[in-house]
Design a binder for this molecule. Structure first.
Ligand code: FE2
Length: 268
């Protein structure tokens, strides 16, 4: 069973890449489960709204995950409780937090789940993602879910790898998001969990992780506040990965990265 994951969709160029290439990827790779991280998909690169969520689903996603920008566009509060297919980090604190941190799916009789987590190093304060996912896995065990995909939205490579090692053999895959640069370390861990430190982003290639580069350089040069805006021109990329999972055991057989860019043109 193939799981297709598309990394952080950034701004209009990111949405354009999803619209152009996700249907082609689905046609060629025939994944049974497709997940897209949409937390940067608004024009300003922060948050998501209902129109964009529906567009990503129409383009082929089964589930959309989020991250630290989950609440940046207030439109989300109008619809997140009505859709199970849009999930925010599981370890957000408080009992009143809107939405859910995981979703269970039935894929042709096979039970699957997608979980969204957020790291705690160099990020806003949240509950412990390790303790939270343990509780969640207990629930999934009771529900006899075999295929489990985890989007670990975190800043540091160490926290993502530690989570993957912690979950090795208990979930199908741990894929990192948030840092927007695809890493080259995709592999299956010893007990059968596929891991990739970061899937990379889907959006403008010419800025600095999606933002226009001039204000970013200005901030580095002067240490003064700078207003970052999404790069809307130039080339765009789509980054992600494909995971081959044994549907009986839920363990991974293979993981490979996906990159579509000027230097890596799409061909099937
Ligand atoms: Fe993020």
């Amino acid at each position: 069973m193939q799981i297709l994951f598309v990394g952080d969709v950034v701004g209009d160029l990111g949405m354009k890449m999803v619209n152009q290439y996700l249907p082609l990827l689905k046609k060629d790779l025939k994944p049974q489960l497709t997940i897209v991280n949409g937390e940067n998909s608004t024009k300003v690169g922060r948050g998501i709204n209902e129109r964009l969520f529906k567009q990503i689903m129409k383009d082929g996603a089964d589930v959309v995950t989020l991250g630290n920008h989950a609440w940046n566009n207030p439109d989300i509060f109008n619809f997140i409780d009505d859709t199970k297919k849009l999930i925010r980090p599981l370890n957000y604190p408080g009992k009143q937090v809107p939405g859910e941190g995981f979703v269970e799916l039935n894929i042709n009789g096979v039970k699957a789940a997608v979980i969204n987590l957020q790291g705690r190093i160099f990020m806003e304060e949240t509950d412990d993602p390790f303790a939270k996912i343990d509780e969640c896995l207990e629930q999934l065990k009771k529900d006899k879910v075999t295929i489990i995909f985890v989007d670990m939205h975190a800043e540091t490579t160490s926290e993502k790898k530690a989570m993957a090692m912690y979950l090795d053999g208990r979930v199908s895959a741990v894929v990192g998001t948030h840092t927007h640069v695809q890493t080259n370390d995709g592999h299956v861990l010893r007990k059968g969990t596929a891991f990739l430190t970061d899937a990379g982003m889907t959006g403008p290639d010419e800025g600095v992780i999606g933002m226009q580069y001039e204000p970013v350089i200005h901030k580095f040069l002067t240490s003064r506040p700078s207003r970052f805006e999404v790069e809307e021109n130039g080339d765009a990329i789509l980054s992600g990965c494909l995971i081959d999972v044994d549907k009986k055991t839920g363990l991974a057989k293979k993981i490979k990265t996906i990159m579509i860019s000027k230097d890596h043109p799409y061909h099937n």
